[in-house]
Write a protein of this length. Structure first.
Length: 143
């Protein structure tokens, strides 16, 4: 996500940029690739809402993967301080409850997200779900 924009806006003066900006602390070339680099970036924990995996991931990844100035981008690794991970409550129940609900045991569960995520009528969305389940998926999910 961002703590700024390409143009100066009046809200820039309201931001504690030095406190909240990510810091690239190391850059190294990708072996054998002239125009590719690995960047190591650290973010202050104050940026993230405690206990929210969603907030953390959207803050780190955000819309940077759609940034047109980048030809390619890949998140290789994510390290989370133990103190921050302790703020996550975890799921309300474990995999066994999911397996019991689905009556599926002894193998990985297989699911998908229906695409497109927008524009399908309820009837066509239901048809897509039906075909996925009929084809062997255990579940579908909605974005």
């Amino acid at each position: 996500s961002s703590t700024g924009t390409w143009t100066t806006v009046w809200t820039d003066g309201l931001t504690s940029l030095d406190r909240y900006k990510g810091r690239c602390y190391h850059i190294e070339p990708v072996p054998g690739e002239e125009t590719q680099f690995i960047a190591y970036v650290a973010y202050p924990l104050d940026l993230f809402e405690e206990g929210s995996v969603t907030n953390m991931f959207t803050s780190i990844v955000g819309n940077v993967f759609g940034f047109k100035a980048l030809a390619a981008l890949r998140l290789e690794d994510l390290r989370i301080p133990p103190a921050y991970t302790k703020t996550f409550q975890g799921p309300p129940h474990g995999i066994q409850v999911e397996r019991d609900k689905l009556n599926k045991y002894g193998r990985p569960l297989l699911g998908c997200t229906i695409k497109p995520k927008l524009g399908l009528s309820a009837k066509n969305y239901g048809r897509a779900v039906y075909e996925c389940l009929r084809g062997g998926l255990d579940f579908t999910k909605d974005d």
